[in-house]
Write a protein that binds this ligand. Structure first.
Ligand SMILES: NC(=O)c1ccc[n+]([C@@H]2O[C@H](COP(=O)([O-])OP(=O)(O)OC[C@H]3O[C@@H](n4cnc5c(N)ncnc54)[C@H](O)[C@@H]3O)[C@@H](O)[C@H]2O)c1
Ligand SMILES: [Zn+2]
Length: 373
């Protein structure tokens, strides 16, 4: 990975319930202790790191390098099947056994799963202790570590248990992305494309013009995309922390994306890949409704494929549409759907019909059959 210089961008989250900074750049992980000390006033006596064995194996030493006294490391095995209440209970008990108290601090060091489980553990231990997010996947850096949503899955569905609990800071160190599998990077980039489409026209342009730089993980290019994506999310969360209105636009591409994940039982695609296909379908609805032009839809669809390949899909459109009925974003039976308005703006509509969704799903599945794209 290439870095010209040590560089960090700071983005402020400021909501009715929390105010903290998200740092994105290089050299953050190796300086975690002094950075936390500066924010917390002093380093708490007991610090816990929740991470997965794989991530710790590669990056643990770097994290430890700035701590005079090593934190207590607790492990969560990788995979969505460990994002459970049982894992949280196990972690909570380990924290008690290791002398954790209300003055302890937790560091969630990993991808979105570690972030969601770690955040929820911090939210519930002794009714809530402060924590820090140190996200290590592209998706976690641009999306899941920002905004205060934490939680776990139930056998009945994903993310059905949780709480809003904001970290005291987020440290998105771009250097750790050097070991991220290529497929994870490409999938995470779909959330940045989403960010650009709904709220940042210049990010769309930058991603169009720097596909190669971004995919070869050029430090400057990644920093730009990550910082812009975080800014977009922070700005939306600052205006609508609890998703009563504006925050809903973050679900662009997610109605059919979630349906694809559900129908394929979360096994065939990464979340970002499902969102990539979901955006292709949503762009179809938007261009049919003329909230974007045909050529804008084509341009954005090509941007999605530029960061592919998205895995091929073989599904029935009607099955996908049926799966959107179970979307938990639907309040009181209203089907909320996010539509881009031009490039860089979006709105939420409530009158998208099953027929429109089916036409969009058919179009998307036709593209998905030709693939990988
Ligand atoms: N809280 C929110 O607002 C929010 C938003 C979006 C997604 N999420 C959640 O995030 C989760 C998905 O997160 P994810 O995409 O980061 O997946 P993940 O946490 O499963 O991480 C993906 C894989 O990459 C590995 N990995 C992580 N960092 C690495 C690195 N630097 N080098 C090498 N390997 C590394 C992990 O061990 C794992 O196997 C889902 O559970 C989703 O529900 C939450
Ligand atoms: Zn998403």
């Amino acid at each position: 990975m290439l870095y010209d210089k040590y560089s960090v961008q700071t983005i402020r989250v400021d909501t009715p319930s929390a105010r903290y900074d998200v740092f994105a750049g290089t050299g953050l992980l190796a300086n975690l202790a002094p950075r936390i000390e500066r924010i917390a006033g002093r380093l708490p006596r007991r610090i816990f790191v929740i991470t997965s064995p794989e991530i710790w194996g590669v990056w643990g030493e770097t994290l430890l390098s700035s701590f005079a006294e090593p934190p207590v490391t607790l492990f969560l095995p990788p995979g969505e099947k460990h994002k459970t209440m049982a894992s949280v209970e196990k972690l909570l008990r380990q924290m008690v056994a290791a002398g954790g108290d209300r003055g302890s601090l937790l560091i969630a060091f990993g991808g979105g799963i570690v972030g969601d489980v770690g955040g929820f553990t911090a939210a519930t231990f002794m009714r809530g202790i402060p924590y820090v997010q140190a996200p290590t996947t592209f998706l976690a850096q641009v999306d899941s570590s920002v905004g205060g949503k934490t939680g776990v899955n139930l056998p009945e569905g994903k993310n059905l248990v949780g709480s809003f609990h904001h970290p005291i800071a987020v440290f998105a160190d771009i250097g750790v992305l050097g070991t991220l599998p290529e497929r994870e990077l490409r999938a995470g980039l779909m959330e940045s494309i989403k960010a650009g489409i709904i709220r940042d026209r210049s990010l769309v342009r930058f991603m169009e013009e720097h596909v190669e730089d971004i995919l070869r993980r050029d430090g400057r290019a990644l920093e730009k995309v990550i910082a812009a994506s975080i800014k977009m999310k922070a700005d939306v969360v600052n205006r609508d922390e609890r998703e009563s209105g504006l925050r809903m636009i973050l679900n662009f591409g997610h109605t059919l994306g979630h349906a694809i994940e559900q129908v394929t039982r979360y096994k065939a695609l990464l979340h970002g890949e499902a969102v990539g296909w979901g955006m292709v379908a949503a762009l179809h609805v938007a261009s049919r409704r003329r909230t974007i032009s045909g050529s804008q839809a084509e341009r954005l669809e090509n941007l999605i494929y530029a960061y592919g390949p998205l895995p091929p899909l073989k599904l029935r459109p009607a099955k996908l549409v049926a799966a959107t009925g179970a979307d938990k974003k639907n309040v009181g039976g209203v089907r909320r759907f996010v539509l881009p308005v031009g490039i860089g703006d979006a709105g939420v509509v409530e009158d998208v019909t099953a027929a429109e969704l089916e036409a969009a799903a058919s179009y998307m599945l036709a593209q998905a059959a030709e693939n990988p794209r």
